[in-house]
Design a protein around this ligand. Structure first.
Ligand code: GAL
Length: 378
C-alpha cells in the first residue's frame, strides 16, 4: 500500500524554485543518505516545477530541459533509487504549470506513462491555469486513474490549494495527499495561519491519503525562494512539532546539504517522528478554548495507538514567555477521578513525572512544548 503513514521526503521548490539541475538532485540524494535523513524515514526526492522544456516534442511528449538535466530523467531516477530513495516529479492539471511550462490537461494518460517510463514514484499535481470550463474533481480523478493504469506504484500528491474543500473528496478521487492551503512562506505568520486554518480539517487523514499543509521551511532562516524574513529555532520547533502531531506529510523544503545542526536534529527527532507515523493516525483536537481567562496560546492533543496522548502547548502570543495550562478534564480525565498523566518532554527527553488535574508550563514566544502523556492510576 502506498502511504501507509504520512509521506516524508524533500521537495525542491521552497528553496530553489526554478534554479534546479541534476547536480542539485544528486547531491540532495547523497545528503539524504549521508546526513541521516533517509534512515530517519525521509524517502522521496521530488523535483517541483521548471524541469521541462517550454514545449512538448513533435509527438506531444514532455521533455526534460537538457541544459538542467543533461543525462535525462531516467538516469537521475536510477541514481536516486541507487541511494535507497524514491524519485518524485511535478506536473499540473491546468493548461500550463504555475511557472508557465507544459501541463497535463488533456495529456493525462500520456504524461503518466512518461513519468512511469522515467521511473517516477511520486507525482505532485498542481492546479494553475485550470480552464474555467473544466471540472477540477474530474481532472484529479483522471490523473489518479492514469497513474494507476501505468502499473507502477506512484504516489499521487494533489495540489489544488484547498479549492472545493479537498478534504471532502480527494481521498475518493485517488490522491495519497492533498494540499489544503496556499503556499507557505518562511515566516512565523505564514505557518501559524496554516495551522489555524487546517487544525479542524484532519478528520479525513488516514492511511492512504493525508491532508498536506505544504512543504516545511525548517532550516531556511529566510534563504531561498519562499524565504521572506525567516523563522528562528523556536518557531521551527513549533512548525515541525505541529506537522508531526497533525500527521501531515513531512516534505522538507530547505537545502538539506547544509542545514544547521539544530535543524537537522529537529527534523530527525525520533520522538516526534514516532508520533508522526502513529499507525492509528487520529486527527488532532484543540483544548483549552473553554478557559474563562484569556488564553494566549493553542493547545492541541492527539490520541496515539496504545493509549498515550501527545499534547502540544503552542505560545502564539508575542509575549516572551507565557504560562499555558493543559486542563486534563478536556482530555477525558476529569478532576479528582484518581488518575493522572505521566509526562515526558518529547524534544528534550526530560521526564516530568505524574501530574494530576492540569499541567501549567511556561512556554517562550512562538515556541511549542510537546508532551507525551501516559494515563496512570494515582
Ligand atoms: C504552486 C504550488 C507550489 C509550487 C509552485 C510551482 O501552485 O502551490 O507548491 O509547486 O506552484 O510553480
Amino acid at each position: 500500500m502506498i502511504a501507509q503513514t504520512p509521506p516524508m521526503g524533500w521537495n525542491s521548490w521552497n528553496t530553489f524554485g526554478s534554479d534546479i539541475d541534476e547536480a542539485l538532485i544528486r547531491e540532495t540524494a547523497d545528503a539524504m543518505g549521508s546526513l541521516g535523513y533517509r534512515d530517519a524515514g525521509y524517502e522521496y526526492v521530488v523535483i517541483d516545477d521548471c524541469w521541462a522544456l517550454r514545449e512538448r516534442d513533435k509527438d506531444g511528449y514532455l521533455v526534460a530541459d537538457p541544459a538542467k538535466f543533461p543525462h535525462g530523467m531516467k538516469a537521475l531516477a536510477d541514481y536516486v533509487h541507487s541511494k535507497g530513495l524514491k524519485f518524485g516529479m511535478y506536473s499540473c492539471a491546468g493548461l500550463m504549470t504555475c511557472a508557465g511550462y507544459p501541463s497535463s490537461y488533456g495529456y493525462e494518460y500520456r504524461d503518466a506513462e512518461t513519468f512511469a517510463s522515467f521511473g517516477v514514484d511520486y507525482l505532485k499535481y498542481d492546479f494553475c491555469f485550470f480552464p474555467e470550463s473544466g471540472n477540477g474533481r474530474q481532472a484529479y480523478r483522471t490523473m489518479a486513474m492514469a497513474l494507476r493504469a501505468t502499473g507502477r506504484e506512484i504516489l499521487f500528491s494533489a495540489c489544488n490549494w484547498g479549492r472545493e474543500e479537498p478534504w471532502r473528496w480527494m481521498r475518493s478521487a485517488g490522491a495519497h495527499m492533498y494540499r489544503s492551503t496556499g503556499d507557505i512562506h518562511d515566516t512565523y505568520a505564514s505557518f501559524t495561519e496554516i495551522v489555524k486554518s487546517q487544525a479542524d480539517n484532519f478528520c479525513m487523514s488516514a492511511p492512504g491519503c493525508y491532508n498536506d499543509i505544504d512543504m516545511l521551511t525548517v532550516g531556511m532562516y529566510g534563504k531561498g525562494l519562499v524565504g521572506r524574513e525567516g523563522c528562528n529555532d523556536a518557531e521551527y520547533r513549533s512548525q515541525f512539532s505541529l506537522w508531526c502531531l497533525f500527521g501531515a506529510p513531512l516534505m522538507m523544503g530547505g537545502d538539506i546539504r547544509s542545514l544547521s545542526e539544530e535543524s537537522r536534529i529537529l527534523l530527525q527527532c525520533p520522538g516526534l517522528l514516532a508520533i508522526h507515523r502513529d499507525e492509528e493516525c487520529r486527527p488532532p483536537y484543540q483544548i483549552g478554548t473553554n478557559s474563562s481567562f484569556w488564553y494566549p496560546g493553542a493547545v492541541y492533543a492527539k490520541l496515539l495507538s496504545g493509549g498515550d496522548l501527545v499534547i502540544a502547548a503552542y505560545n502564539q502570543s508575542d509575549k516572551d514567555t507565557v504560562p499555558l495550562t493543559i486542563p486534563f478534564a478536556e482530555l477525558g480525565i476529569p478532576n479528582n477521578i484518581g488518575r493522572g498523566l505521566d509526562l515526558t518532554n518529547v524534544l528534550t527527553g526530560e521526564h516530568i513525572g505524574v501530574v494530576r488535574d492540569y499541567y501549567r508550563a511556561n512556554v517562550q514566544k512562538h515556541d511549542c512544548l510537546i508532551l507525551r502523556a501516559t494515563p496512570t492510576r494515582l
